[in-house]
Design a protein around this ligand. Sequence first.
Ligand code: TMP
Length: 219
Amino acid sequence: MATSGAGSLISFEGIEGCGKSTQIVLLAERLRATGREVVISREPGATSLGSELRKILLDPTYDPDALTELLLYLADRREHRRLVIAPALQRGALVLIDRYVDSTWVYQGFAQDEIEPSLIERLNRLVVGDNWPDLTFILDCPVAVGLERARERNRETGAEGVADRFEQRHLEFHDRVRQGFLALAKVEKERFRVIAADREVETIHNDIWREFSLKYAIS
Ligand code: TMP
C-alpha cells in the first residue's frame, strides 16, 4: 500500500478553520471499519516535548524571529517523527496527520518572504528522512470562511478572545497561506489532492474517501 516503510503517511493541510480535524476523524473511522490500524496525529504538539513547543509557538506573548520559529517547528517534527510516525509506519499503520512538512514550507517560507522555501524543503527532508507524505489533502476554502469557523470553534471551547499568534495575523497573510498550498499542489500533482472545503462535511468526506480509494485501490 505504501511508500513510507510498511504503512502509509497521509497529511492534511490548509488555512485555519478549513476543517482538517473533522475530516481526519471521519476518514479514520471509515478506515478502522476496514480493520486497518489508524494513527491520528498532529503538528505541532504530538509528543510531550512537542506539546511544550506548541505552547511556546502559539503563545502571543512571544515574538520569535522567522528562523527561530522555523527551528522550533522542525524540532517538534523531528521528535514527532522519531516517537510517533516512524514506529507507526513500521507497524504498518495508516498515519493521518493534521499539518506536516507543507505547513512549514507555506507558513515559514512562502507566506513570510523571510526564509527561502528551498532551504525549508532541504531542512524538512533532513528532519523527516524518508517519512515524506504519500498523499496530502489540501482543504481549500476562502480565508473569511476559515477564520469564521476558527472563531466559532474558539467560542465553543470557551477560548473566545484568545486567538493564538497565527489567528491574530491579518487576512492578507492567511490569503498568502492559502495561495502557498495551492502553489505546492500545482507543482507536485502526484501527491496532492485539493478538496473544496466550503461545503457540507459529508460531501467533503465523500470526496476525500473517493480520492483515497482511488490512490490505494480500495473498492
Ligand atoms: P493548528 O491550528 O492546525 O493546530 O496549527 C497551529 C498553527 O501552527 C497554525 O496556525 C499553523 C502553524 N504552523 C506553522 O506555522 N508551521 C508549521 O510547520 C506547522 C506544523 C504549523
